[in-house]
Ligand binder design. Structure first.
Ligand code: ADP
Ligand code: ZN
Length: 601
């Protein structure tokens, strides 16, 4: 073993310190043990296998489902002069042959492959002849049917344990509910490994949700007020809407491009490459776009239509601000969206799937209609507790709140007193005193709480129950008839010990409220723009996206510190030895010129 993980982090990647569990994960892998890493997008998963790869003899194999993502990582590693390669279907035969011989000679530290590759005849046998230091399995949730993105090719990974009993495996994902997590561990045979779970919070992302009135005006208002000239993604439900919105944005002078499954693959990759390689492009897209896009400086994600569930929302919004700098995610929704999505989800022929999808969608609606901190709700959906964040619309501009603490008590007692065997419709009938056949038949009209809730309408009760589901205080049975039951967490609410408030009247205003800019000072902004220009030039020369040269964060640190010597430059996060030598002079010169010009002015 040559360098320690910390030395590699500092000298090669140019970062002063590890983040979160990174160091523990790296040491765990170095000691030859398996692990599962659950870390949000932008959390820094890549270093968890890149650093062990550099600290160990041999080759680390990274399995990743997306070619774009692989290529991106290989570009980034090559910019650091780390011997790495990607074997995928885009790779011409001569290049493949070169990679194979480099592998045989032990010249490759990191090899990226798509999971399909493992089924290629003789490939696994070939790997057994090499010195493999580690298998990193990215997007590990793809191995599970429970995850939202199951990929049959991932099942091939089950063989790794048997074929390479001595090689540690590191599974990584940014999405895993409990079921998926268990499934990953079981399918990959990671029983004796450890699970490293980070908080799924993305503190740099600000969350905004409002009612839809005039989508185009609202969207343009949002972009202009906060994100002019910045890169972002606008999600729409249909191809047609993607086309219309793109056309309108272009008419208004934005650099916008469409992306959906109806375009040819050439058009799609051209648009994607423009988005990655140029600054300030807006991608208007269906959900076909995004997986594997790790452009770090996407400054906003806007939803003009509702995503399918919280997992999808979290993933899609998570594409904003991977670089850790402030980013806004913004969504508008209306009654129509709700009806339309419900209808779509109800078309699924599988009963179980249908119920599950609808319940998950309801949780998303609960999130939309909530009055308290968005982040708290989002995180509690993923079983994480947090305090009000101060960086979401509800925290920044608290809406009018109705206290429904006693109604919630009533709803919870309704569920309890009827034996936790009935769905929302029946419970509501009991609460509002509707003597339906079933209510009478079950004798629920005799309960003391019968008709105690008639001061509220059916739809208000639905909202309350939906919100209870959204906050995970009650459970809806997926099999059977959607019976509601109480969860342990609801106890304080049942006793009325904790207040519960809800938005009954939808707020009328749909205007965007946004958080402060990254750079307030005009001169700083000018220097930042100038450094971005230098970066873009270097990126075009090397035919890589600008962030392969330096992240925005690194440029911003240059703006603040204005380094004037090579050694001052090396203290900036994200500048390791290689990049300092390769790009340092150009940036020092740009900063020098800028300061000189300012002094003259
Ligand atoms: P993920 O794969 O988890 O989405 P990445 O591995 O792409 O995240 O890392 C996200 C960003 O954080 C990248 O810009 C990466 O260079 C940066 N990063 C990761 N670890 C550190 C660290 N210890 N210090 C500073 N920046 C880091
Ligand atoms: Zn908040």
């Amino acid at each position: 073993m040559s360098d320690t993980p910390r030395q590699v982090l500092q000298s090669i990647f140019g970062y002063p310190d590890f983040r979160g569990h990174q160091e523990d994960i790296i040491n765990h892998s170095l000691s030859g043990r398996d692990a599962l890493v659950l870390m949000p997008t932008g959390g820094g998963k890549s270093l968890c296998y890149q650093i062990p790869a550099l600290c160990m003899e041999g080759t680390t194999v990274v399995i990743s489902p997306l070619i774009a993502l692989m290529q991106n990582q290989v570009d980034a590693l090559q910019a650091l002069e780390i011997p790495s390669a990607a074997l995928n279907s885009n790779c011409p035969p001569e290049e493949q042959a070169q990679i194979f011989s480099a592998l045989k000679e032990g010249r490759i530290k990191l090899l990226y492959i798509a999971p399909e590759r493992l089924s290629a005849p003789g490939f696994i046998d070939f790997l057994t002849t090499l010195n493999i230091s580690l298998f990193a399995i990215d997007e590990a949730h793809c191995v599970s049917h429970w995850g939202h993105d199951f990929r049959p090719e991932y099942l091939k990974l089950e063989q790794l344990k048997e074929r390479f009993p001595r090689v540690p495996r590191l599974a990584l994902t940014a999405t895993a509910d409990e079921r998926t997590e268990k499934d990953i561990i079981q399918r990959l045979g990671l029983q004796y490994g450890a699970v490293f779970r980070s908080s799924f919070d993305r503190p740099n992302i600000a969350y905004y949700v409002s009612s839809k009135s005039n989508p185009m005006t609202q969207l343009v208002g949002f972009i202009k007020s906060k994100h002019s000239g910045e890169a972002g993604i606008v999600y729409c439900m249909s191809r047609k809407r993607v086309e219309t919105i793109t056309a309108k944005l272009c008419e208004l002078g934005f650099d916008a491009l469409p992306y959906h499954a109806g375009l040819t693959s050439t058009e799609r990759s051209r648009n994607q490459s423009h988005f990655l390689k140029e600054e300030g492009v807006i991608m208007v897209a269906t959900i076909a776009f995004g997986m594997g896009i790790d452009k770090p400086n996407v400054r906003f994600v806007a939803h003009l239509d509702l995503p399918k569930n919280m997992e999808a929302y979290y993933q899609e919004t998570g594409r904003a601000g991977r670089d850790g700098l402030p980013a806004n995610v913004w969504m508008i929704y209306g009654q129509q969206d709700i009806v339309r999505t419900r209808m779509l989800l109800s078309e699924n022929p599988s009963y179980e799937q249908r119920i599950q999808d609808l319940q998950k969608f309801d949780a998303l609606l609960g999130y939309c209609e909530e009055l308290t901190c968005r982040r708290q709700i989002l995180l509690s959906y993923f079983n994480e507790h947090s305090e009000p964040c101060g960086n979401c619309d509800n925290c920044l501009t608290p809406p009018d709140i109705q206290d429904v603490t006693t109604d919630v008590q009533l709803a919870l007692s309704g569920i309890y007193r009827t034996g936790q065997r009935f769905g929302a419709g029946h419970i509501i009938n009991v609460l509002i005193g509707n003597e339906s056949d079933k209510v009478v038949e079950c004798g629920h009209d005799q309960l003391p709480l019968f008709s105690k809730g008639k001061h509220r309408s059916r739809s208000e009760w639905q909202l309350i129950i939906r919100s209870l589901l959204a906050r995970n205080l009650i459970h809806q049975d997926l099999e059977g008839y959607g019976a509601l039951s109480l969860k342990e967490e609801c106890r304080p609410y049942l006793k009325g010990e904790v207040k519960f408030s809800i938005r009954i009247e939808d707020k009328k205003s749909g205007k965007a409220r946004v958080s402060p800019k990254i750079l307030e000072n005009g001169d700083d902004q000018k220097l930042f723009d100038e450094l971005k220009r230098v970066r873009l030039e270097l990126a075009r020369e090397a035919d890589v996206p600008p962030y392969i040269i330096f992240f925005d964060r690194t440029l911003l640190e240059m703006v603040h510190k204005k380094p004037d010597t090579v050694s001052a430059l090396s203290n900036i996060s994200g500048i390791g030895a290689t990049k300092q030598e390769k790009y340092g002079p150009q940036f020092l010169e740009a900063i020098g010129n800028f300061i000189a010009k300012q002094t003259v002015d």
